[in-house]
Design a protein around this ligand. Structure first.
Ligand SMILES: C[S@@+](CC[C@H](N)C(=O)[O-])C[C@H]1O[C@@H](n2cnc3c(N)ncnc32)[C@H](O)[C@@H]1O
Length: 309
């Protein structure tokens, strides 16, 4: 286990209090909970410390390094699955007391240049969370056409210069062969993006976009949210922490859709379709947390409760 790469958990107490539906110091909780994004286990360890002997925690992570870290937890109430969190759909229907999703990448993933997530430092242009399957960014950029690349960079990076960046990637591929490293991509973007946002590396948006695309992050989030409705028991909690607006929009709309009473226009006097969630609002990190951990700056946690319907 490489201890150079540490992760500081964001909204640690807030998320666990919300998930367990209890204040700190309350008696231990019973029930089966899910940590859909184990990472380095900050949330998982606190959850376990507040579960009673009959409690269970099932964790998921796509990343083998996260799974290796989880193997260090020797608590019979805990288990880890090396899988995308859409696999929560395989858990017993109505059998889960709470699902936590702390989305995106962990600090160990971004800080280790060998994983290819960062424009700082140099490494292979990989960006897969699960290195045992799927296509790397380098491989995809070697065959995708300019229109596909531009669409990804525009839609997932909200990058104004998506078209010139995509054209530059394809031109470079034709002239000198495909991009292989993070530094090559970062330099190409820096040469192509003319105006820079203050305090932001010109490659930030492009790297974010490619990472979201190659890991199918938004599709898997949508699927896992849908699955949570089936597996949560009445009053079970859904807690999701997002780090950028695309993720947060999906979580927000999902909760809003299922918290709204739906009337059938063809049967205006019929009772509205039963709600499946009750929104319990959103929480942002305190100023003290943001001062101590810059990564917390963009975090938004949304909480909802499964209704009996
Ligand atoms: C922000 S970190 C979680 C940190 C964790 N809460 C902690 O305190 O250490 C996100 C983790 O979720 C994993 N992950 C992201 N998307 C995933 C998905 N769709 N399925 C499974 N794991 C995912 C990443 O590999 C990463 O380890």
């Amino acid at each position: 286990m490489d201890t150079r790469w540490q992760h500081t958990t964001v909204l640690l107490n807030e998320a666990v209090d919300a998930l367990l539906a209890q204040d700190p110091g309350a008696p231990p909780r019973a029930g089966t909970f899910v940590d859909a994004t184990f990472g380095r286990g900050g949330h998982s360890r606190l959850i376990l410390s507040r579960l009673g002997p009959g409690g269970r925690l099932i964790a998921f992570d796509k990343d083998l390094e996260a799974v290796a870290e989880a193997a260090r937890i020797t608590d019979a109430r805990f288990s880890i699955r090396h899988a995308g969190f859409r696999e929560i759909a395989s858990l017993p229907r109505g059998g889960i007391a709470g699902v936590l999703m702390d989305l995106g990448i962990s600090s160990p993933q971004i800080d280790n240049p060998a994983r290819g997530f960062s424009f700082r430092g140099d490494g292979p242009l990989d960006m897969r969370m699960d290195t045992t399957r799927g296509e790397t960014v380098a491989s995809w950029l070697a065959h995708a056409d300019a229109a596909q690349i531009a669409e990804v960079i525009r839609d997932y990076g909200e990058e104004r210069f998506a078209v010139p960046i995509a054209k530059a990637i394809v031109a470079r591929r034709q002239e000198r062969g495909p991009l292989a490293t993070t530094a090559e991509l970062a330099e190409l973007v820096a040469r192509t993006v003319k105006t820079r946002e203050p305090g932001q590396d010109p490659a930030t948006r492009t790297f974010q976009a490619l990472r979201i695309f190659i890991n199918a992050e938004l599709e898997e989030l949508q699927e896992a949210l849908e699955a949570s409705l089936d597996i949560l028991q009445p009053q079970g909690r859904l807690v999701a922490i997002s780090f950028h607006s695309l993720e947060d929009r999906i979580v927000k709309q999902f909760i809003a859709t299922h918290s709204r009473e739906v009337y059938d226009r063809r049967a205006p006097f019929a009772a509205p379709r039963a709600l499946r969630l009750k929104s319990l609002g959103r929480v942002k990190p305190s100023a003290a947390e943001v001062a101590a951990n810059a990564r917390a700056r963009s975090a938004i946690m949304r909480v909802a409760e499964r209704t009996p319907a």
